[in-house]
Design a protein. Sequence first.
Length: 438
Amino acid sequence: MKLPSTGKSQDQVSSELRDALSGDADWRGGKIWSLVYFAGEDVAAVLKDAYATAFFTNGLGPGAFKSLKKFESEVVSMTAHLLGLPLAAGNMTSGGTESILMAVKTARDWARAEKAITEPEMLLPVSAHPAFEKSAHYLGVKVVPIPVGEDLRADAAAARKAVTPNTVLVVGSAPNYPFGTIDPIPELAALAAEIGVACHVDACLGGYLLPFVERLGYTVRPWNFRVPGVSSISADLHKYGFAARGASAVMYRDAAYRRYQYFATTDWPGGLYGSPTMTGSRPGGAIAAAWAVLNYLGEDGYTRLARVIMETTQALKDGINAIPGLRVLGEPDMSVFAFASDSVDIYAVGDALDALGWHPDRQQLPPSLHLMVTPAHKDIVGPFLADLQTAVASVQSEGPAAGGSAAMYGMLDKVPDRGIVRNVIMDYIDRMTKEEAS
Ligand SMILES: *Cc1c(COP(=O)(O)O)cnc(C)c1O
């Protein structure tokens, strides 16, 4: 498609836009289990108003936009309090991936400067988010994979055995994405402290939810700056912070350590240039919306949402465990979990659910379906569980439906040459920016 030679009317553009969006997944109705964190129409209105009002501001220039400086400082400060260290230093970023990239860069550059380590390695539980492997790929850091134990939490003893003189960073998650379990952060952080390196806790999921889960009286495993040895934490505002997308925080125990995150150049004809994080221009709308939602919800609002999320999660887990043949993996600590089956093809169950209008995410190692629970799922527990039961029964009696993705997932799971699977992924990425023949 070429740029239209004459512009269209706003009405025309708007109607084409709405048309295209109308075919998207029904996130508002709780039919998908990742990607969108919807906390209700009132929160949506607050976000849209803040985002639209600050629409033209740019976080690259806090001098021109004192408003954004205020918003970001206050978001960072509120986050520091939530993470158990009111004086923690931090920055807002565009998302969890950028927060993690910054944490890995900081650890790498700190170790290079302070310990003369030039071949850095990080100890990375296999359940940690791919953003770490991506960061390692970008930053030239070697990943040393750490297995998870029977309990689906990082094996701290294995981490200890994997330490080398080049180790610069020990990673744990609170919780991890695949299983929703919190890693043994005190053990991992103690190991990092003992060998004199950084420990990063990825609380992209838990950062803005676990503090309120704890407030509700649940026992929460130690995960934040209250644990000695934790040097940095990532927490996603645009997940359970319910902010508009494009908002996360990366936080540091020590402001001097954070300086290894920064970039500055003195010799550009365009002037002196410095930036704290990876991005240059930054959408002020995302910063303003994050500030707005924190102030709109407050402690009581987040606690109310946390209650809904935890009760909905419990109902879903209980319902799934009660369906013969299905079982929730491990003991998930929060609102994210996977379930698998020893008797039916779980990918075929996924296809049958797709056909009934639900779209659970597929996982591997082991094959499982993945649910991330938000307030949007509060009212669909009954219908979902009923359809899940139907889906399992149909796979048991009729086998996998033709034309589903089960065969492909089952096959890709078993291909020993992961290079082939990588190419399948890259082909898929290629197709994402191709126009479809209409
Ligand atoms: C979502 C997620 C990330 C990455 O965040 P993005 O905002 O998608 O870049 C990192 N870690 C965990 C545990 C996550 O769930």
